[in-house]
Design a protein around this ligand. Structure first.
Ligand SMILES: Nc1ncnc2c1ncn2[C@@H]1O[C@H](COP(=O)(O)OP(=O)(O)O)[C@@H](O)[C@H]1O
Ligand SMILES: [Mg+2]
Length: 375
């Protein structure tokens, strides 16, 4: 793992020592320390580094002037400020001065290290991939339902498979963090998981990619944690870092979710371009879907939602009823096909591959085509 080289600027030697002491992660390496003044400016202008970390225990003032001067001359580094909680005016000024992220001095050592690593790797990826981002139009598609058993994993796996068969470069991320089943659906034996990745504390694209497992279809899969207790290792900033890094490399990132609308799920939805909200034609599923739409509205994510009706025909509730109740026309309707769905899961093969002529297969294929046409 490449270490992140940090220039540390703070007024007093005591502050420099205190802040250095917080950078306990071995991936972080302080390469020089100085005061944010004229001499410091000369050092900061020429020192090879990835991050300029400016610290203060007071309200920043001279520190922000310093950041602004460096920002105009060094586009190759990420400038971060570590300070006590700031009022909104100072925060706005910090952003204007080119500070990429303000880290609260009262955060835990672990959080401080994670913030620095996430911000630095993000910028590094962005600088390395400016060309690619300009030409790539990567999309993050999240498959969500607040209820288990409705078909999130079936949809995520098969949509990823359909897009991969249309020659798109696909990452499939299992964010059903406690009981992820993507590995079962694709017959992937135990391997590295998202929890192992997070424990490495590096969010560079190359590290993230080394945790993807290649399925024979070409889909690159990130498995969910191997046991439910590891789920809590994964935090929203990790989800953010993983998805934004992968965007630079993949055409589509399909995310399978669990039922929770916790912080990690929200982070994924906020990053997503599309949220496929999967429902079945039963009252409980529709009721839960309606409630999650309200939550997503409160988070201002409602424009990304597309309704997917799965297991159509399973009850007397019709697609029209669903549309009326959820006040939206479903973007995809997948028929109930127990035989094909079971065969697929039991064999660990996508439905699209083991039942190529099934109506469910055709609907998912057409939907994948329509996504590409619209992109
Ligand atoms: N269209 C369908 N017709 C019949 N069974 C289906 C269909 N879609 C999914 N299933 C089955 O329903 C069960 C739950 O699906 P799954 O994708 O695991 O749901 P979730 O991820 O929402 O918990 C699985 O056994 C799956 O094979
Ligand atoms: Mg699932």
């Amino acid at each position: 793992m490449n270490s992140i080289r940090i220039m540390l600027a703070a007024m007093s030697a005591e502050d420099r020592k205190m802040i250095s002491g917080l950078l306990t992660d071995e991936a972080l390496r302080v390469v020089s320390t100085f005061r944010p003044d004229g001499d410091g400016l000369k050092k900061a202008s020429s020192q090879p580094a990835d991050v300029l970390l400016i610290g203060t225990r007071m309200m920043p003032d001279q520190e922000l002037d310093f950041a602004e001067r460096i920002f105009t001359t060094r586009s190759d580094i990420t400038i971060l400020l570590i300070a006590p909680a700031l009022d909104s005016r100072t925060l706005a000024r910090a952003m204007e001065c080119g500070i990429a992220r303000v880290i609260d001095l009262d955060s835990s050592e672990r959080d401080i290290c994670t913030h620095i690593m996430t911000a630095a790797s993000r910028d590094l990826n962005r600088r390395n991939c400016t060309q690619k981002i300009a030409s790539y139009d990567s999309k993050v598609i999240v498959c969500y339902a607040p209820k288990g058993g409705v078909g999130k994993t079936t949809l995520a796996v098969n949509l990823a498979y359909a897009l991969a068969s249309l020659s798109k470069k696909i990452a499939l991320i299992d964010l059903s963090l406690q009981f992820g089943e993507v590995g079962v659906f694709l017959d992937i034996p135990k391997g590295d998981t998202i929890a192992d990745m997070v424990e490495e504390h590096s969010f560079e694209l190359s590290t993230i990619k080394s945790y993807l497992i290649r399925h024979q279809s070409g889909i690159q899969v990130m498995l969910s944690s191997s046991s439910p207790e590891y789920a809590e290792l994964i935090r929203p900033e990790h989800v953010d870092a993983i998805l934004s890094s992968l965007r630079t490399e993949f055409d589509y990132i399909v995310v399978d979710m669990g039922v929770s609308l916790g912080d990690c799920a929200i982070a994924a939805m906020e990053t997503a371009d599309t949220i496929l909200l999967v429902v079945n034609e039963d009252i409980a599923s529709l009721h839960d879907a309606k409630r999650s739409i309200k939550v997503l509205e409160a988070l201002n994510q409602q424009d990304k939602i597309k309704i997917v009706v799965n297991k159509d025909g399973i009850s007397s509730i019709t697609v029209k009823n669903v549309a009326n109740l959820l006040e939206a026309t479903p973007a995809l309707v997948i028929p109930y096909d127990l035989k094909s769905a079971m065969l697929a899961v039991n064999r660990g093969i996508p439905l699209l591959s083991c039942a190529p002529n099934a109506k469910a297969t055709k609907e998912i294929r057409n939907f994948a085509r329509s996504l590409i046409r619209r992109a």
